[in-house]
Structures are given as structure tokens and as C-alpha cells.
Design a protein around this ligand. Structure first.
Ligand code: FAD
Length: 481
């Protein structure tokens, strides 16, 4: 009798190497059926339009790799709760393996599927591919989850070092009775006309190879990370976030690539840059820790005093913000970078998010949803925790009264204005002195730069100093209330 197959259910782990669910299936020795289920309810987190573009290309890359290994990927669309047990039944599978997710709906779904499979007499086993420290393995002395980053990360670093990443199977045995599945092109994940994602392909190469190349390139630049990471005008950060979100590279691989690079570099090894970079991976871990232990994080204020905050319904303000037309160049540059590439530099994410929440007084959840739709790295844990951090309503958040001044932030982190010039080309000819506050530029400078305020570039939608006062008054009201 032919060996019964093992199903490997891919989710946010779109890679072959260091994929414990895939390795476990291969090690069982029988045929393997790799499957991906497109759930319209997006249960592993948000699936916005930019994310759909990424998913298309990442699945195409995964399809190629799995075909080369000998077991083609089966694409199914619908509810995994029904499709996974049905596929197991129809193919006579003996086992199903997958890598764990930490989003509340995904946890509930996966538990139900595991129970259904086990009830039907199958083996169902899950693994860790996405985190260095799973949320339940790190706790305070009192056995509580952490709410503050620094002690959380210290506790992580006090634990045994993250395990070495696993390799990739050399080959797989396909299963002749596997269903045909859908054609990726029929899922319509890419935009139609107009193709607003046309620029994405110039910046990104979704898939495991693209992730590996990005990692290698970054190691060359690691030494400058701590110094340059806040500068949107320099390519100083890794830009690994979409690859990490989609699981094209895992954090163990990133961790040990850095480790290997440090050892190979010898005396001149950039230890302090590596420590800073690893702490950012730590923030990713912390966001997942928070989401796991506080599953309402994407919905409710972590600090409930914010429940009474007087957010404004400012449609015009939101529209100007989302389209990069606030009249504040650093904010507009960030929002346009986001639109054009599906990504925004971290410093500018903070400034732009602060502008929406504190200057415009628009509820952080609205901004979070815009990012969900437009970021290629949109991630339920990182996005929700970061928006709450900026809003001041979150765990270990920036205090509300610390309000980013978009002019000063621009002048400090984009001093020559190279970033603004790139994304707001209508200001490109303005001298650096005025680039972050064009409304203060003398008429002659504006004329020479070909700028007509309110025509070629918007006048500021608000006065930051007045908006700051208004925000502080709104905050004072909930503090007293
Ligand atoms: P690097 O500086 O090279 O950092 C390495 C990795 O660490 C990143 O790839 C990322 O996985 C992780 N990381 C870095 N900074 C953070 C952080 N502050 N919080 C959590 N993880 C971090 N990141 C997302 O991955 N998805 C999101 O949806 C997301 N939404 C955000 C929304 C707001 C309002 C803000 C302020 C930040 C958000 N971030 C999000 C965090 C951060 O901006 C990005 O992870 C970072 O800009 C990615 O660039 P990089 O890969 O070059 O980062």
C-alpha cells in the first residue's frame, strides 16, 4: 500500500529553509502535499491591497521552489477550517503540519482544526518558525506577561540563545492524488488597471531569494546601522520587514546571519550596531508578545483612559494625510513613499502617525487601517502595537504629551532634504533651509523654485503650534476625567 501523505499547510512562512513544518513532513519519509489557503477573512492578520500584491509574487516564488523539490503547491480558496480537514480526508493524509501564528483569530482557528484532525485520527503538529521567543515562554517574576519593552528584552536575552535555523529539504516526494487546486493568476491578487503597484517591483523582490539577497546586502551595511537607522535619506536599515512578515526569512536566520557576520569580521566587528539591530527584532517579538497576551490590542486602547478621548471626524484632514498633501513636507514625503513603494521608513512612520493622531486628532485605528491596506509589511501585531505606541494609548508607549514637531523632525533627520526632494519633487528646487517649512520661504525663493503655494504644493492644513495646544487640552481632559 502506498504511504499516506503528509499535508504541510503554509501560512506566513513562505519559505523552504528553516521551515520546521516542512522539514517535519519531509522527515516522515512519505509523500508531501504543500497547501496554501487564501482565506477571505484574512485570519493571519490584515490582507490589504499592497499585501495582496506581495502575496501573489511570494506564492509564485514558493510554487517554483516546491515544484523544483518535487511536490507542487496546491492553492485553495475558502475557509481553512473546512478545507484542511476535507483535503486530509480526500487524500487519505496521515498527518498535517504547520507553523504557529499568534493572531487571536488564527489561534482560535488553528485550535479548532487541530482538534478536528485529531478527532479524525490524524496527527496534527505545529512548530515555531516566526519568533525567537514564543509569547508564553517569557514572563515576569510574578508569572505575568511583560508590558514594558526593556525588561522584556532583557528577559529574552537572559534565555538560551535562539536555536540555529534549520536547513531546507533536498527533495520532496510529491503525491499523485493531490488535487489540482487553483491557478494563482485567477486569484486576482495583483491590481488591475491602473496598476498602482507598478513601482513596487522596482523596490522589492518578494520570495525567499529576495529575502536572502536583502539580508546579505544589509550585513555589508550593518556597521552603519546604529548611526544611520533614523535617517530616511540614507539606506541604513535592513528593509527586511515585508520578508519577515511573510515568513520568507525567519528571525532565527536573521539572528544567526548577524552572529556569523560578527564572527567573520573579527576585531572590527560592529557589535554595538548588531545590538541595536537585534533590539529592533526584539520590538517585533514584544509586539507579538503583547498581541498574544492582549488580543484586543488592534481594537481597544491598551490604556482604557483613552476610551474617552475626543477624537475628531476630520474627513478633509484624513484625506490630505493619506494622499500626502498636508503641506508638511516630511509627512507628505512619507505618505507618498508608502503609496509608491508599499513601505515607509520607521522614523517617518512615527512622524506621520503622530501627525494624524496628535495634530489632526484622528483616531489611531483609522491610521492603522490605512497602513493595513497600503503597507507590504502590514502586520497585525507590529502595526497595532506601533500605532498605540505613537498614540500614547499603548503599552510602554511614547507619552501623549511628547508630540513630534514635523519641521524639527525633518530638519534633524533629513537635513539636506534629500528624502523630501525624492518624494515631493515639486519642492526639489527649494533651498534646504526652507524645505521643511516652505510656508516661511520668501516669495523670491518660492518663485525661483517654481512653487506656487496652494497650487503646486498645498499650504499647511493646520498650524502645528496651535494643533499641539489643542492636542494637549484634549489629553488634559481625559487625564482629569
Ligand atoms: P530594521 O530597522 O532593519 O529592523 C529590523 C526588523 O525589526 C524589521 O524588519 C522589523 O521586522 C523589526 N522592527 C523594527 N522596528 C520595529 C518596531 N518599531 N516595531 C516592531 N518591529 C520592528 N512594522 C511591520 O513590520 N509591520 C507593520 O505593520 C508596522 N507598522 C508600523 C506602524 C507605525 C505607526 C510605526 C511607527 C511602525 C510600524 N512598524 C511596522 C515598525 C517599523 O516601522 C518597521 O518594522 C520598520 O520600519 C521596517 O523597516 P526595516 O525592515 O528596515 O527595519
Amino acid at each position: 500500500m502506498a504511504a499516506r501523505p503528509t499535508i504541510v499547510w503554509f501560512r506566513l512562512d513562505l519559505r523552504i529553509a528553516d521551515n520546521p513544518a516542512l522539514s517535519a513532513a519531509a522527515e516522515r519519509g512519505g509523500p508531501v502535499i504543500p497547501v496554501y489557503v487564501l482565506e477571505d477573512g484574512a485570519q493571519d492578520g490584515p490582507l490589504g491591497r499592497a499585501g495582496r500584491w506581495w502575496l501573489h509574487h511570494s506564492l509564485a516564488a514558493l510554487e517554483r521552489s516546491l515544484r523544483d523539490l518535487g511536490a507542487p503547491l496546491v492553492l485553495l480558496r475558502g475557509r481553512a477550517r473546512e478545507l484542511i480537514p476535507r483535503l486530509a480526508d480526500e487524500t487519505g493524509a496521515a498527518a498535517v503540519t504547520w507553523n504557529r501564528r499568534y493572531e487571536p483569530q488564527a489561534i482560535e482557528r488553528d485550535r479548532a482544526i487541530k482538534a478536528a484532525l485529531r478527532d479524525a485520527g490524524l496527527e496534527a503538529e505545529s512548530f515555531n518558525a516566526a519568533l525567537l521567543f514564543e509569547p508564553w515562554t517569557v514572563q515576569t517574576g510574578a508569572g505575568e506577561p511583560y508590558r514594558v519593552f526593556t525588561p522584556f528584552w532583557k528577559a529574552c536575552l537572559d534565555r538560551p540563545a535562539p536555536a540555529q535555523p534549520g536547513g531546507a529539504p533536498e527533495s520532496l516526494t510529491g503525491f499523485s492524488g493531490a488535487p489540482q487546486g487553483d491557478d494563482l493568476a485567477d486569484w486576482g491578487l495583483r491590481p488591475g488597471k491602473p496598476d498602482w503597484a507598478a513601482g513596487f517591483g522596482e523596490v522589492w523582490t518578494p520570495g525567499e531569494d529576495g529575502a536572502r539577497t536583502r539580508m546579505r546586502d544589509f550585513l555589508e551595511r550593518l556597521a552603519g546601522y546604529a548611526r544611520g537607522r533614523d535617517r530616511p535619506d540614507a539606506e541604513a536599515t535592513s528593509r527586511l520587514s515585508p520578508h519577515l512578515h511573510w515568513g520568507e526569512i525567519g528571525p532565527r536566520q536573521v539572528w544567526h546571519s548577524v552572529e556569523g557576520h560578527l564572527h567573520a569580521t573579527g576585531d572590527g566587528a560592529p557589535w554595538s550596531a548588531a545590538t541595536k539591530f537585534r533590539a529592533e527584532l526584539g520590538w517585533r517579538e514584544f509586539c507579538h508578545h503583547l498581541l498574544f497576551h492582549f488580543p484586543a490590542l488592534p481594537r481597544d486602547n491598551f490604556r482604557d483612559s483613552f476610551d474617552d478621548f475626543a477624537w475628531r471626524d476630520d474627513e478633509d484632514g484624513f484625506r490630505a494625510w493619506s494622499r500626502g498633501r498636508t503641506g508638511y513636507p516630511i509627512v507628505d514625503a512619507g505618505m507618498r513613499e508608502l503609496w509608491a513603494t508599499g513601505w515607509m521608513h520607521n522614523r517617518v512612520r512615527m512622524v506621520a502617525a503622530s501627525f494624524l493622531v496628535k495634530d489632526l486628532l484622528v483616531d489611531w485605528r483609522r491610521g492603522m487601517r490605512w497602513f493595513e491596506d497600503t503597507l507590504v509589511d502590514a502586520d497585525l501585531a507590529n502595526n497595532a502595537a506601533s500605532w498605540q505606541w505613537v498614540a500614547g494609548s499603548g503599552a510602554d508607549a511614547a507619552p501623549f504629551f511628547r508630540i513630534f514637531n514635523p519641521v524639527r523632525q525633518g530638519e534633524k533627520f533629513d537635513p539636506q532634504g534629500a528624502y523630501v526632494k525624492r518624494w515631493v519633487p515639486e519642492l526639489a528646487k527649494l533651498p534646504a533651509k526652507w524645505l521643511h517649512r516652505p510656508w516661511e520661504a520668501p516669495e523670491s525663493a518660492l518663485r525661483e523654485a517654481g512653487i506656487e503655494p496652494g497650487e503646486t504644493y498645498p499650504r499647511p492644513v493646520l498650524d502645528h503650534a496651535a494643533a499641539r495646544k489643542r492636542a494637549l487640552a484634549a489629553f488634559e481632559a481625559i487625564r482629569k476625567g
